[in-house]
Design a protein around this ligand. Structure first.
Ligand code: HEC
Length: 120
């Protein structure tokens, strides 16, 4: 009898664990629809396509050369463990990180790119 309760509880818990893993995959907040972008967000998307898209998917968390950037400003920590603040993102973009090269952007391009990253 006791053994049966134990294995029942075990099955229940592993079911719950599996569910929470599944829920975790879907828990990213939604991206802002392209039709709702402001002019600066749309400009930022252009910057992204010129400077970042060859290495990063914007609408997925799957890696290309670097990690996917979906919801990058909404997660607690980026792959490096650093919080995704504008300051940290600016530093990573300008100076690079690990095998990511730095990108030279003027203030306006950086401003627009950050606005775009916040829509992801
Ligand atoms: C040549 C490929 C390449 C380009 C171009 C590139 N990245 Fe990366 N990026 C990477 C790689 C590789 C990593 C992982 C670096 C590491 O931590 O080792 C990365 C990491 C990142 C991270 C995560 C940093 C962290 O702290 O975990 C962000 C955010 C990022 N890139 C944004 C951008 C943006 C925005 C652009 C465009 C301005 C860009 N990247 C351009 C390759 C690239």
């Amino acid at each position: 009898m006791q053994i049966r309760i134990c294995s029942y509880l075990l099955a229940l818990f592993s079911g719950l664990a599996a569910l929470s893993v599944l829920a975790g995959c879907k828990s990213l907040p939604p991206s802002k629809a392209e039709s709702e972008w402001t002019p600066e967000e749309a400009q930022g998307a252009q910057v992204f396509h010129q400077a970042c898209a060859k290495c990063h998917y914007p609408t997925s968390t799957h890696g290309l050369h670097g990690p996917g950037l979906q919801a990058i400003t909404k997660i607690k920590a980026m792959p490096s463990g650093a919080p995704p603040t504008d300051e940290r993102l600016t530093a990573v973009i300008l100076h690079g990180h690990g095998t990511m090269p730095g990108t030279t952007l003027d203030d306006q391009q950086m401003h627009d790119l950050l606005a775009y990253l916040h829509t992801l």
